[in-house]
Design a binder for this molecule. Structure first.
Ligand code: SAH
Length: 402
């Protein structure tokens, strides 16, 4: 007999979102916690009448006090449950894992594994455990990954942890970095994406080292870049710029405020044998660089705006809105007639409709009219669970101006 889990009983009427399979229980919804669960331990969530709704991970320090693993009271959460979920997540991505391929294998809530992120870079896996529940099952998850490398995940030589996420302190967890299994990754792992080579710094790079979520959009830019002079704002390791050159762009200007990011994008340009004089690196603040370029009378045929998350909280939404408006307005002013804008927001709190309105207002204020050619989103290895729309954080527009 396995021991029955501790329980979290909800207040009357607070079971509605769980019945719609939304995986979060906020602390204000809880009437009673019984059985003294440890942080991260599995609890059974009950409605106000004591009816079991499913299992979740208890996180006493977080406002999200339980994140659901399942909605099946009869299905226990154990090592074999994790192995099955991980195997399924990996199998669904089989299309994205070529030789030296890179993709997200596990996408947290969207793969019913809240707090667990696993990315593949060629022969290495990089894990992030963001929540108390993910931390609790860390060893089991790593063990399962080793088992899976004998079947659905061949060729993996090492597993590295990059649990230095912002969310960890809110869960009462300190950052954690280091090798979890197998060999240590090299300082730069070389991957291939849509025929381009990139070096990924899993030790100090952003996220787990690369913005995998933009893969499909980079390929789209490649398709539309023939003959274009391109301005790639918030370039990081230069992905959109190299995609544009691959697609026949004549020149690319990469702008980023981070010198190490620009160094990496220089390195990546070299890996793909583009001519040095085709790429200009500008270290600076995009907000200022866009104004400076206008002042200098520079113009472009294709501009990419892929800023970091401007909206950190609902209270900051207004300020962030002004930030998006500003960069889009100045980008519109720099576009030649017939030019294209690929503009993004990775702020989950900014709704796609509001983002579109901001971009439309920016065009109006810049005195430009144009069309939306496509609504863009995160790559399909970053799926969105139907019952967890919050997972849909990346939005973008492909616009053409007159
Ligand atoms: N487009 C990239 C990812 C961009 S991430 C890709 O496809 O890989 C956001 C980048 O913006 C980071 O590299 C960060 O250093 C940079 N950044 C943040 N604020 C900035 C600012 N105000 N001006 C210029 N760069 C900025």
């Amino acid at each position: 007999m396995t021991q029955s889990p501790a329980t979290v009983r909800l207040k009357p009427g607070r079971d509605k979102s769980l019945r719609r399979r939304h995986p979060w229980v906020f602390s204000g919804a809880v009437a009673q916690v019984a059985g003294s669960p440890a942080p991260g331990a599995t609890v059974m969530v009950l409605d106000a009448n004591g009816e079991p709704l499913g299992h979740g991970a208890y996180s006493p320090q977080s406002q999200i006090v339980v994140r659901m693993w399942n909605f099946e009271p009869a299905e226990p959460i154990d090592a074999s449950w994790f192995r099955t979920r991980l195997e399924q997540a990996v199998q669904w991505r089989s299309a994205y894992q070529g030789v030296r391929g890179a993709c997200r294998l596990v996408n947290s809530e969207s793969d019913s594994l809240p707090g667990v992120i696993i990315d593949r870079y060629a022969d290495f896996l990089v894990c992030q455990f963001g929540t108390a529940g993910a931390e609790f099952w860390r060893a089991v998850i790593v063990e399962s990954l080793s088992e899976l490398s004998a079947s659905v995940l061949p060729g993996i030589t090492g597993v590295y942890e990059r649990s230095d996420l912002d969310i960890r302190p809110k869960e009462g967890l300190a950052p954690r970095l280091g090798v979890l299994a197998g060999s240590e990754p090299p300082p730069l792992i070389e991957i291939e994406e849509s025929g381009l080579r990139f070096a990924v710094d899993v030790y100090g790079g952003h996220k787990t080292g690369f913005y995998l979520d933009q893969r499909v959009n980079r390929a789209l830019v490649s398709q539309h870049a023939r003959g274009a002079e391109v301005l790639n704002c918030f370039a990081y390791s230069g992905g959109f710029g190299l995609a544009a050159l691959q697609g026949g762009a004549t020149r690319v200007v990469n702008v980023d405020s981070s010198a190490p990011a620009l160094e990496l994008s220089q390195h990546n340009a070299g890996l793909n044998s583009f001519k040095e004089d085709q790429i200009e690196m500008v270290e600076g603040n995009v907000f200022q660089v866009l104004r400076q370029f206008q002042h200098e009378g520079r113009q472009f045929d294709l501009i990419v705006l892929d800023p970091p998350k401007f909206v950190e909280s609902r209270e900051r939404l207004n300020r962030a809105t002004r930030g998006y408006k500003d960069i889009n307005l100045h980008a519109f002013r720099l576009l030649r007639p017939g030019g294209q804008l690929f503009t993004f927001s990775c702020s989950g709190l900014l709704e796609p409709a509001l983002f579109q309105k901001i971009v439309a207002d920016a065009a109006l204020d810049a005195g430009r009219s144009g069309q939306i050619l496509a609504h863009l989103e995160q790559a399909p290895d970053h799926p969105v669970l139907l019952s967890f729309p919050e997972g849909n954080y990346l939005k973008g527009l492909h616009c053409r101006v007159e």
